[in-house]
Design a protein around this ligand. Sequence first.
Ligand code: ZN
Length: 446
Amino acid sequence: MALQNIGASNRDDAFYRYKMPKMITKIEGRGNGIKTNVVNMVEIAKALARPASYTTKYFGCELGAQSKFDEKTGTSLVNGAHDTAKLAGLLENFIKKYVQCYGCGNPETEIIITKTQMINLKCAACGFVSDVDMRDKLTTFIIKNPPEQKKSSKDKKAMRRAEKERLKEGEAADEELKKLKKEAGKKKGTSASSKTTSKKKSSGSDEDHSPAHSQADENDQVAADDDDEDDVQWQTDTSLEAARQRIQEQLSAVTADMVMLSTTEEKQKSGKKSPELEKKPESNGHENGSAGSTNHGNLVEEIKGYLKKGSSLSQLQSFLGSLSGTPQGTMDALLEALFGGVGKGFAKEVTKKKNYLAAAIQEGGGSQMILLHALESFCGKASPDAAKEVALVLKALYDGDVLEEEFILEWYQKGLAGENKGSQLWKNVKPFVEWLQSAESESEEE
Ligand SMILES: [Zn+2]
């Protein structure tokens, strides 16, 4: 089954987890009785966690045509002959209006009809409540045919089930992508490594800092680590495999970008001068001294400088470990170096750079708490726009297997009882925590 990302704005995001089947239509009948049958409307609607009657009716409203969804046979018919592209375009509009959170774009929302007969979309990830424009014709139909509101836990369950379905389909698509990427990656990989090799030559030799080489090492390492985890994870192997694959794909894309970045920078600086002269010495961590590194500002600059050079994640990991100062101080500085000054779009940035955080966290569970505390103080200093996205940031890190549920819950509960309990942060985090907990209790029920 051909799959595509849910939401036109996510079309080019190869790592997007919410997928739906590509629409298939068939023209039936002739003359005045000609109809368009949306053959896989039920599957699409399931992926969107919306009744297929809504999407069918939406086509009818938008096209000014009769439409009918037959609940028994699952047949979706719109009068007249309409091409697939036209209907797929309309479906995108439906998704924008009735599925995606207006705040964060996440498609995992619940339709809520208020006491005043308004339609809201409640986001399961960030908690934002979107007001649907009631001038849209479909709203009348939705008010008359509300989603099963009273059994809200059942609704949630259906949503989780739909999500699982989507994930499964997403994995299948990821597998496809993986194959394609592998092909493309072979070519990309060689060009990237030749660049790094020439860079290495020009900057003198240092055995420990060959990016191309240690990246390969790291891939093995990551694989080995995850294999150990398989024994304790209740998740299926395929989802772990898919997640790992995604991380690695992102990782190599990021590293390739960084390699390119640093080579162009060097070119700009000077034609023939050895870039080595301008670099800070990198392997004399002990001589950097505590005087500089304990200072937060210096630490941030030091990490920024290191990130700019473009090294593999395992190198970043050992670099972070070599810094003096507390693990908490290092993590605080890493967040600042990666996201300092961020505003709206904080969560997107985190999604893009989560592998850096994953690199900082591999030492065991304790470091997850450190990351959560760092996030807490970062949000305290960050712009309100950024701080508002904290639930989505947590979700991105949870989805990316950087943070685990038990640590997030522990951090949240301690935070609510701690001296910082009055903070807006906990209100912002709450919807995500509830989402986590609902997921948990439902899997227990089943
Ligand atoms: Zn949202």
